[in-house]
Design a protein around this ligand. Structure first.
Ligand code: NAD
Ligand code: UDP
Length: 308
């Protein structure tokens, strides 16, 4: 199959491309290198079944493909907040352009949505039926509302034009190929402890997240794309930890002498997050297999090779 991966030079996208290439597909990676890098896909650059196109999805593009994994969008709060209007354009215009390709070519499109559509959730754990609690004027809204609109666009293209869609709500995912300066919590804590500088816990660290290793996540995305279930479906690891627990875990694994410091909690930072993955289990026969200790060990080994 001819498969387009938008955001393919990013963290999750590049792992997905490795899996698709190993299955002998023709893969087009579309990326503007905002938070991704050619380095993540450089091992495929000379391969005859691989094509890299530098393109910003805010602008339209004509491509003929069978499948679209639509991942292009900065995922770290630091990066999506750096140019919030651009983030909105990426999610709205970018998703419109990709749905346009799907409509014209009959391709199936998988949208990489997010647990952020639940905002600061009143319901815990979060199931797909929950409509969320998102502040539409806050500093996270460009991403949260952008992704909500992207989901809406997918469902309207499906209802109005019969476009085949799949919608994944991805929960916090980590692993190798995250950038040292990505700004998300797992890479921050690992890099800080490797560099012997204090781990920066925002707030009192009592807020929770649930961390999924990237190989598990990619398996879930592929099962969703290849199955009949449209979604939206939560993909994440239900193991829930406070941010302080995570800091202490990484401190213990990398450098027990590392200091932990407390910084102000960013506005609208969700207090808790944990996926209900009943639907993923039922419809995709999927659940994560990599436990946090193992995933962190692998991620630490990767960052050690980058900054150690
Ligand atoms: P990432 O930042 O590493 O990758 C995003 C990629 O998209 C980068 O390569 C970037 O250069 C590219 N990109 C951004 N804007 C673009 C544009 N306008 N045109 C073309 N390319 C553009 O992030 P990631 O963690 O790999 O996330 C991938 C997708 O999964 C994103 O859509 C993100 O919202 C979603 N997601 C990720 C997580 C997570 O924890 N990693 C959680 C929920 C949702
Ligand atoms: N966080 C932290 N220290 C950091 C980076 C993040 O304490 O150096 C916290 C952040 O406030 C949030 C959680 O870790 O509560 C997860 O943040 P991240 O940016 O990884 O993802 P989010 O789930 O907030 O989008």
């Amino acid at each position: 199959m001819r498969i387009l991966v938008t955001g393919g030079a990013g963290f999750i996208g590049s792992h997905l491309i490795d899996r698709l290439m190993a299955l002998d597909h023709d893969v087009i990676c579309l990326d503007n290198f905002y938070t991704g890098s050619k380095r993540n896909v450089e091992h495929w650059l000379d391969h005859p079944r691989f094509k890299l196109i530098e393109h910003d999805i805010i602008e339209s593009i004509e491509l003929d493909v069978d499948r679209i994994y639509h991942l292009a969008c900065p995922a770290s709060p630091v990066h999506y907040q750096a140019d919030p209007i651009k983030t909105i354009k990426t999610n709205v215009f970018g998703t419109l352009h990709m749905l346009g390709i799907a409509k014209r070519t009959g391709a199936r499109l998988l949208m990489a949505s997010t647990s952020e559509v639940y905002g600061d959730p009143d319901v815990h754990p979060q199931s797909e039926e929950y409509w969320g609690n998102v502040n539409c004027t806050g500093i996270r809204s460009n991403y949260d509302e952008g992704k909500r609109m992207a989901e809406t666009l997918c469902f309207d293209y499906h209802r109005q034009h019969g476009v085949e869609i799949r919608v994944a709500r991805i929960f916090n995912t980590y692993g190798d190929r995250m950038f040292e300066n990505d700004g998300r919590v797992v890479s921050n804590f690992i890099v800080q402890s490797l560099q012997g500088i204090p781990l920066t816990v925002y707030g009192d660290g009592s807020q929770t997240r649930s961390f999924c290793f990237v190989s598990d996540l990619v398996e879930g995305l592929m099962r969703l794309m290849n199955g009949d279930y449209i979604g939206p479906v939560n993909l994440g690891n239900p193991g829930e930890y406070t941010i302080l627990q995570l800091a202490q875990m990484i401190q213990g694994m990398v450098n027990p002498n590392a200091e932990i410091v407390f910084k102000p909690l960013p506005q609208d930072d969700p207090r808790r997050r944990r996926p209900d993955i009943s639907k993923a289990k039922q419809y995709l026969n999927w659940e994560p297999t990599v436990q946090i200790e193992e995933g962190l060990t692998r991620a630490i080994a990767y960052f050690r090779s980058r900054v150690g």
